[in-house]
Design a protein around this ligand. Structure first.
Ligand code: PAF
Length: 283
């Protein structure tokens, strides 16, 4: 049975006997991708906790904080069916009882590029709330585990680095992206797409896959060819009516420009109409 915790104190009470909580942070509006994270988390700890909190700190003023879908009843039904033990759903005043003036700033080398360049302050908002969620869930525990989707690849890396540098006793697991039958990465923001946009949306993943193939084919002189390949991929999407922010090939371990032989990831973000989509593939 799913237990609901509305405050940090209630959560800690429910977790009092847990020695290794397994945690999946979310902003709600759950879909099959989130449920896959819960299922991945369940065997890794002795109590499975999901959080639902739409975190104002990670939205820019013009972004969709107010309209972000809030689907509490359906979320709880899905969590219960998936075997989640506790949902932590604090009110804003519980998580931020006073203005959150103490913040966690991601390493600018990682946090100010790609998503961080186009959404300034995003990773400070994410790191700050995740640190607070971690301290709510894991305080006093010798160990814990947290599962994040690779769909938000850069976010996963920022969190991993935060956990390492603050020596938090938390194992961070990256879970594969869950995709619709046609290959579109599942995302709460897919719900903003019209029918025709939904059909078009797959083109971002296709463009990233094509860029990945081109990059592998040019592997011997990647640094030389990459700028042109990336520009071509962006232009292809522009011609279809998208507004791409970036389509790029990076080395996996720190998302910097790759050198020959580095394991690679191809990442992209682009707006289709008013909806901004992101995706990535390890290649
Ligand atoms: O990935 C998300 O849903 C959010 O960025 C997270 C990790 C729950 C922090 O608000």
């Amino acid at each position: 049975m799913l237990t609901i915790a509305r405050s940090i104190a209630q959560l800690r009470q429910h977790l009092a006997t847990s020695q290794r909580p397994a945690f999946v942070p979310t902003m709600g509006n759950l879909h099959a991708g989130h449920i896959q994270l819960i299922q991945q988390a369940r065997p890794l700890g002795d109590c499975t906790v999901a959080s639902i909190f739409v975190n104002r700190l990670q939205f820019l003023p013009h972004e969709d904080f107010d309209s972000y879908p809030r689907t509490w009843e359906a979320d709880c039904a899905q969590l219960e069916a998936a075997g989640c033990d506790v949902v932590f759903a604090p009110r804003e005043t519980d998580l931020y009882p006073q203005p959150q003036t103490v913040k966690v700033q991601a390493d600018p080398a990682l946090g100010d590029i790609l998503e961080g360049e186009f959404r300034p302050g995003f990773f400070t908002g994410v790191s700050t709330v995740v640190m607070k969620l971690f301290s709510s869930v894991f305080a006093g525990k010798a160990q814990g585990v947290a599962v994040f989707g690779k769909k938000d690849y850069q976010q996963l890396m920022v969190i991993r680095q935060m956990v390492t540098q603050f020596a938090l006793p938390i194992e961070v697991i990256g879970a594969d992206t869950c995709r619709a039958e046609d290959g579109l990465a599942l995302s709460s923001r897919n719900g903003y797409l019209s029918e025709s946009e939904r059909a078009e949306a797959l083109q971002l993943s296709l463009a990233l896959r094509a860029l990945g193939c081109d990059a592998l084919a040019a592997a011997d002189a990647l640094a030389q060819h990459l700028p042109a390949l990336e520009a071509m991929a962006m232009q292809g999407l522009r011609l279809r009516g998208w507004q791409p922010d970036y389509l790029t090939v990076r080395r996996r371990h720190d998302l910097q420009t790759p050198q020959a032989g580095d394991p690679l990831v191809v990442l992209g973000a682009a707006k289709l109409g008013t909806t901004r989509l992101i995706d990535n593939f390890e290649i």
